[in-house]
Design a protein around this ligand. Structure first.
Ligand code: GAP
Length: 450
């Protein structure tokens, strides 16, 4: 039976403002260095944000590494030998073209400007103020730093713009130490840095972000087969996160937008309030990266395939997702404001298995605090639990709805006699009496990925 009646007018996001405000108010995401005015393109995760981010990452690691025999994990340093970026082509090719308005000083990425205006040639006038636009210029995306005591051209190093290169340069180490046989993959999560021209849309385009990447090494003849396999597997993963199917799609890259290393690429896109945007790239990188490192390091990157009795440099099918972007996506997809009996309810309908707080335990009255606290402590051993005795039950429900807690458990006076508590479901708002000794199993079942 629904506790609150008459759910009407489910309102969703038409901009990110309400979500940004909720994230700050409830401790999901804050602007970095906020007390100093913030730093454009940098964000911090609060107590709930870090749990959500870890849950999304665990779901990825489980699907891509732990549940498979043909993928192993890796965790590389962020700063690598600068020659890595020479060999990978990033030093020569990793830049965006930008233009500035000579009047209002707005800066635009040329590809985004043309896409947003739906035109194929660069305009001469600023769409904001009509002022003259500058000639297009290259804007290098790599952050530089210095390693060691001196600061000169000899000590320049780079913050990695993708995690993938560490996997390529360690391909032989991993393959030989694990005796993995092609086809197999190496996966890692890690920070990446890009000095984006126009960081925007909350965490969507940041200057510091995390990637979840897996490089799958295959024989050249099997590139397409594995590309198709991973394309489908990745879409299923996003559906498993609870994201609405109608808001997800594939988009093939046109030849003129392919990265310098790519043979072909398909993006998984999501329909954000600001339009369809990339969540992940699935890319056939061919043997570009291993061949370039072979050439630049002088170290043989070829692999001897015993089954084929053939020595070759493997091709790579890459899956490359943004962890922050995925977190933003699940938040956007989950956010809703409902009218219930004339009152507003804000709810985050996060899939239960990724919800940062899984269960909230309430005593109906503070007089039941001792028993309810004991129940919360028991559940805490298995779940992420909040104990809350402040305010009316209705207010406590609303607070948990807003942060996406899937289940609230209320210990009331009847619980003392019948050994049961009321479990309230965030989405249906239905309530069920569940025996206290069966509660942990009941919740575990409800919180498991579907
Ligand atoms: N190794 C391939 C690679 O890095 P990419 O398309 O440039 O490919 C992969 O990036 C994913 O990383 C993107 O689909 C996106 O989810 C995430 N990403 C890239 N730039 C980002 C940024 N500035 N802010 C947040 N996430 C970003």
């Amino acid at each position: 039976m629904a506790n609150d009646q008459q759910v009407a007018d489910d309102q969703e996001l038409d901009s990110l403002d309400a979500l940004v405000s909720l994230c700050k108010r409830r401790g999901y995401i804050f602007q970095s260095s906020e007390i100093y005015g913030g730093l454009n393109g940098f964000w911090d995760y609060g107590p709930l944000g870090v749990e959500l981010k870890n849950n999304v990452f665990d779901f990825w690691w489980d699907a891509v590494v732990r549940q498979r025999e043909d993928v192993v994990g890796y965790d590389a340093s962020i700063i690598m030998h600068p020659k890595v970026w020479e060999a990978s082509g990033h030093l020569g090719n990793f830049y965006d073209m930008m233009v500035d308005c000579t009047e209002c000083k707005r800066r635009y990425r040329t590809d985004h400007l043309m896409r947003d205006l739906g035109i194929s040639e660069l305009p001469k006038e600023c769409p904001n103020c009509g002022g003259e636009l500058s000639e297009p210029r290259e804007f290098g995306l790599m952050f530089e730093t210095f390693v060691g005591a001196t600061k000169d051209s000899q000590s320049v190093a780079y913050l990695r713009p993708e995690t993938a290169q560490a996997i390529f340069v360690n391909f032989r180490n991993v393959q030989m130490s694990t005796r993995m046989k092609v086809p197999f993959g190496i996966a890692q999560r890690g920070k990446a840095f890009r000095n984006e021209v126009t960081p925007r849309n909350f965490t969507f385009r940041s200057r510091e972000f995390e990637q979840m990447e897996m490089e799958f090494f295959v024989h050249e003849s099997e590139e397409r087969q594995w590309f198709d396999y991973w394309r489908e597997a990745r879409m299923q993963w996003y559906l498993g996160l609870g994201i609405r199917e109608e808001r997800l799609r594939f988009r093939e890259h046109d030849a003129d937008e392919l990265a310098h290393y790519a043979r072909y690429t398909t993006d998984v896109e999501y329909q954000f309030p600001f339009g369809w945007q990339e969540l992940e790239g699935i890319c056939n990188r061919g043997s570009f990266d291993l061949s370039m490192h072979n050439k630049h390091s002088g170290k043989d990157q070829a692999y001897f395939d015993e089954a084929r009795q053939e020595k070759y440099v493997p091709s790579v099918v890459e899956i490359s997702a943004g962890l922050d972007r995925t977190v933003l996506t699940v938040l956007v997809d989950a956010f809703a404001v409902e009218q219930i009996n004339g009152e507003e309810r804000t709810v985050l309908r996060l899939a239960p298995h990724i919800a940062p707080r899984q269960v909230a335990v309430f005593p109906l009255s503070k007089k039941l605090g001792e028993q309810a606290r004991k129940l919360a402590d028991e559940l805490q051993r298995r779940f992420n639990v909040l104990y809350d005795e402040q305010g009316s039950i209705g207010k406590r429900y609303r607070r948990e709805d807003e942060v996406g807690t899937p289940f609230c458990v209320t210990f009331d006076f009847n619980s003392l006699d019948d050994g049961r508590a009321t479990v309230r479901d965030r989405d249906t708002m239905e309530q069920e009496r569940v025996a206290l000794d069966a509660l942990a199993e009941y919740l575990a079942d409800k919180l498991a990925p579907r």
